[in-house]
Design a protein around this ligand. Structure first.
Ligand SMILES: Cc1ncc(COP(=O)(O)O)c(C=O)c1O
Length: 481
């Protein structure tokens, strides 16, 4: 067998030829995904999908390299969610601007690792610029600092680690947990907060639930009582987390009251704005983040409401020092103690050592389109949810859970029958929608009641699509009556 010809694999002309081919396929994908008659998903069971990809190599045995690339990408299109379809109104994954694909290609090739400055000079500087910009939009001053990291989940864990390191007097980094610690958070927070607390060794008792108010958000009137109960049990509460908004309902916690409460107890206030933190860029909706300017840390996902691909998360700290002290490690070949603030050595503050150059997405979108694009997108999508409510209001058989703060709406069909039967049928209704694939929505349970759920993440979804979606869902519901 002849040896691999690496020189050929790295040949620039061959690369460009393959690239043209791939970008033609991407163009085709985008056209099809946006065409009226295409499906959002061709749903197959996990076993069938596994089988398809196991058999894939045999089907394409003997094909030339370029043919294989073409066939693989075409197969991917047929077997993935089409998030760019305006009828995709499911999970909180944005339809990234197509320009991001060029940036993805460029950054994958350049592949600067970014752990320390000299491993990624430009992306490090870009990261500082975009996070400084975000900090200023949140309302933080010059002492603030941020960085980009791999997803809201990791960012929330990093923020809570910084909270514990800053607030708790014991040096847990060296001693491990020596006493009962806790974080106050509503049950509607994203599950990653609970996971982060458990990873930090806080256990069941350390996740201190804040009861919900009528808006299904943290009830600000209960904060003192919840805190005192925890103190009575010998738990030191070191942080309170606000959701901006919570995942299931899309409603924002009362951040202002939570900020005041945190201040009164000298504890850390963290805002999980993974989904909606970007509203700080919208004149119309930034009131929803009121209070976040007093937070100690904030998470904002670029891949949710900022038109970027996964994973482009920003973690912002009101006091940059807190980020810097979080991971106190000396690694001879990479990380050294310094007198000055070496903001440019990212691995001192992030979980990641090597990380992707995601600042290139942030920086480029800002330079090419300006921040107005984010404002327009947020306004458009949040307004669209209000339009969706009007459509539901006109229909006697549909009801929604709550008027939406954001671009997430939970609703259900009012079948006849007991509570359990209606739940069961709404569950079945969503399954029918999934299997048909014309539209894609998701589901959730609130107050023991089954709802369908839409997240309006796509900038090409129009009111007309939502009207048709409700007509379509009604037709599906008829099958279950
Ligand atoms: C409020 C909230 N926080 C955190 C996350 C997790 O973020 P990621 O998916 O980027 O890890 C989500 C995801 O939907 C979310 O809605």
């Amino acid at each position: 067998m002849s040896k691999t010809n690496f020189k050929k694999l790295y040949n620039p002309a061959d690369f460009a030829q393959q690239g043209l081919l791939v970008f033609e396929l991407l163009q085709d994908f985008l056209e099809k995904a946006q065409s009226e008659d295409s499906k959002t998903i061709n749903y197959r069971s996990p076993e069938d999908e596994l089988d398809f990809w196991k058999k894939w190599p045999n089907k394409h045995k003997g094909a030339a390299e370029n043919q294989k690339i073409q066939a693989l990408i075409t197969s991917l299109f047929g077997h993935t969610n089409h998030i760019h379809n305006p009828k995709y109104i499911g999970h909180q994954v944005g339809a990234p601007l197509p320009i991001n694909s060029f940036l993805g290609a460029a950054t994958a090739l350049i592949n600067n690792g970014m752990a320390v400055y000299e491993m990624g000079m430009a992306p490090t500087a870009m990261e500082r610029i975009v996070t400084d910009w975000l900090c200023s939009r949140v309302g933080f001053d010059h002492k603030s600092r941020g960085f980009l990291t791999s997803g809201g989940t990791l960012a929330n864990l990093t923020a809570l680690l910084a909270a514990r390191r800053t607030i708790v007097k014991e040096d847990i980094w060296h001693t491990g947990n020596t006493k009962k610690l806790g974080v106050m958070v509503s049950a509607e927070a994203h599950y990653c907060i609970d996971r982060a607390a458990r990873i930090m060794g806080l256990g069941d008792q350390g996740i201190i639930g804040i009861p919900l108010n009528k808006q299904f958000c943290a009830d600000a009137t209960k904060l003192e009582e919840v805190y005192q109960n925890a103190v009575k049990k010998g738990i030191e509460v070191f942080a309170i987390v606000g959701s901006a908004p919570s995942t299931a309902t899309g409603n924002f916690d009362p951040l202002e009251e939570m900020a005041q409460f945190a201040k009164s107890k000298s504890i850390w206030f963290h805002v999980d704005g993974a989904h909606g933190g970007a509203v700080v860029l919208s004149k119309k909706y930034k009131h929803l983040m009121k209070g976040a300017e007093d937070a100690d840390s904030i998470v904002i996902d670029g891949h949710k409401m900022m038109l970027m691909p996964t994973l482009t998360t920003a973690l912002l700290f009101k006091k940059g020092d807190n980020a810097h002290r979080n991971f106190n490690q000396r690694v001879e070949y990479l990380l050294h103690d310094t007198e000055e603030e070496d903001w440019y050595n990212g691995a001192k503050r992030t979980f990641e050592c090597t990380k992707t150059m995601t600042s290139v997405y942030w920086y480029t979108l800002l330079q090419v389109y300006g921040e107005k694009i984010f404002e327009d997108f947020i306004d458009r999508q949040f307004d669209l949810a209000k339009d969706f409510i009007k459509i539901l209001d006109l229909h006697p058989r549909f009801e929604y859970f709550l008027p939406p703060d954001s671009n997430i709406v939970c609703f259900r069909y009012l079948f006849e029958g007991s509570h359990d039967e209606v739940n069961h049928k709404n569950n079945a209704l969503r399954q029918l929608v999934l299997e048909d694939g014309t539209y894609y929505c998701v589901k959730t349970v609130l107050n023991k009641t089954q709802f369908l759920r839409v997240s309006l993440m796509n900038a090409t979804t129009e009111v007309s699509h939502l009207k048709e979606f409700i007509q379509f869902t009604e037709k599906m519901a008829q099958k279950l009556i």
